[in-house]
Design a protein. Structure first.
Ligand SMILES: NC(=O)c1ccc[n+]([C@@H]2O[C@H](COP(=O)([O-])OP(=O)(O)OC[C@H]3O[C@@H](n4cnc5c(N)ncnc54)[C@H](O)[C@@H]3O)[C@@H](O)[C@H]2O)c1
Length: 357
């Protein structure tokens, strides 16, 4: 067995019914509470152990949060109730360096999660992680590089995370792109670009994350993990001149339902969250290329004279009279994680703009 298999097994063995320990992989330790073979690990490991050597594989440090494991600080106090849903869980957010993803990262950290910000913009991801670690005064985030359309890159990201902390509890597939355009003149290249990031990227991430989650569940059989696809309200209702995007998001719901049925044997739940428009992010609010400016310049909203007029027009289309944000989406993530009697759903967070039948 290799480090990348032993670490999730240890995380699963340390599971106390609510959380597994963070497991940091090392070279063989000079002193360890337990030294044994990989085959004897399940019978010899006892909950609460903080250092283990596995013959021929390496050493492993354990603790309830990253600093307790890696730096030997005291375990943090337990957080009870709903506030504890993601506390000290290892969460990954792809596309977490900006926009919705950044909002989700910030909200998960507020709820105590250890978050991997996985983005093509690795500098942005690392800068955000550093800012959050300084703000919290402990290790709450890491920035890691990934291109979700490249299988080698996705596999490397998953391995890097497992090596660092021993597993993944909640994987949020958020990285996504939009290229609007009529079906009559959209290029195949643009169509494939959107499909690759939004649809194929979700397949590649699930392919490499699901086996890690299976390993974590193996020792005790009651470890629950979550894979969550951030789709869109355009996964519930078609979107005119936006077919590539809506198609990729509807398709992702098909993957979610299929993976949910398949991965339930590993206690991995798979759900989609379908947010409404996020007006504060760069997609809508970028002062040069954002959709508000584009729609103003194109005269798309009759009578609108300013960006603020355009924004109000769109906000008024939602019963809740505002756009969606990362905290709204994170509440749906918490629901999916806390709920252990539901999987394969597409959960709307649209302020009532799209209502399910
Ligand atoms: N903005 C909205 O109004 C809105 C509404 C509903 C759903 N969504 C969905 O929310 C998600 C995030 O959207 P956003 O508006 O915040 O986008 P954004 O463009 O602001 O941010 C996307 C992030 O993903 C990263 N990224 C892009 N391609 C990547 C790739 N191949 N590999 C790794 N990282 C990549 C970017 O570097 C960026 O940090 C998307 O899936 C989007 O479809 C957005």
């Amino acid at each position: 067995m290799k480090t990348l298999e032993i670490a999730p097994l240890l995380r699963g063995l340390s599971f106390d019914g609510e959380k597994g320990d963070i497991v940091v992989s090392k070279e063989m330790l000079a002193e360890a509470e337990l030294t044994c073979s990989a085959d004897d690990l399940s019978s010899k490991f006892k909950a609460g152990m903080r250092s283990v050597n596995v013959d021929g594989v390496g050493g492993f440090l354990l603790g309830e949060d990253y600093d307790a494991a890696a730096k030997g600080t005291a375990n943090p106090e337990k957080v009870a109730g709903r506030a504890g849903v993601v506390n000290n869980k290892v969460c990954v957010v792809t596309g977490g360096a900006q926009g919705f993803g950044e909002g989700i990262v910030r909200a998960l950290i507020k709820d105590g999660a250890l978050v991997f910000i996985a983005d093509m913009n690795v500098d942005g991801a690392k800068a955000l992680a550093q800012q959050l670690n300084e703000q919290e005064g402990r290790t709450v985030a890491f920035g890691v590089s990934v291109n979700v359309t490249d299988e080698i890159s996705v596999e490397a990201m998953v391995n890097e995370i497992v090596q660092l902390v021993g597993g993944i509890d909640v994987f949020v597939s958020n990285a996504g792109v939009l290229k609007a355009g009529s079906v009559k003149d959209m290029t195949l290249k643009d169509f494939e670009f959107v499909t690759d990031v939004n649809y194929v990227g979700f397949f590649l991430c699930t392919k490499h994350v699901a086996p890690v989650m299976e390993l974590m569940n193996k020792p005790q059989g009651n470890y629950f993990t979550d894979i969550i696809s951030i789709t869109s309200k355009s996964a519930l209702e078609g979107s005119s001149k936006n077919g590539a995007y809506a198609g990729s998001k509807f398709g992702s719901v098909g993957l979610v339902q299929s993976y949910a049925k398949e991965l339930v044997v590993d206690n991995t739940k798979v759900n989609a969250i379908c947010p409404g428009n996020f007006y504060d992010g760069p997609l809508w609010s970028d002062p040069e290329r954002g959709l508000f400016v584009q729609y103003l310049n194109a005269g798309k909203v009759p009578g609108a004279k300013t960006v603020a007029d355009i924004r109000r027009f769109y906000e008024a289309q939602t019963p809740m009279n505002r756009g969606c944000n990362g905290e709204d989406v994170t509440k749906a993530i918490l629901y999916s994680v806390e709920q252990t009697y539901e999987t394969g759903q597409a959960i709307p967070v649209t302020g009532g703009q799209v209502m399910l039948n």
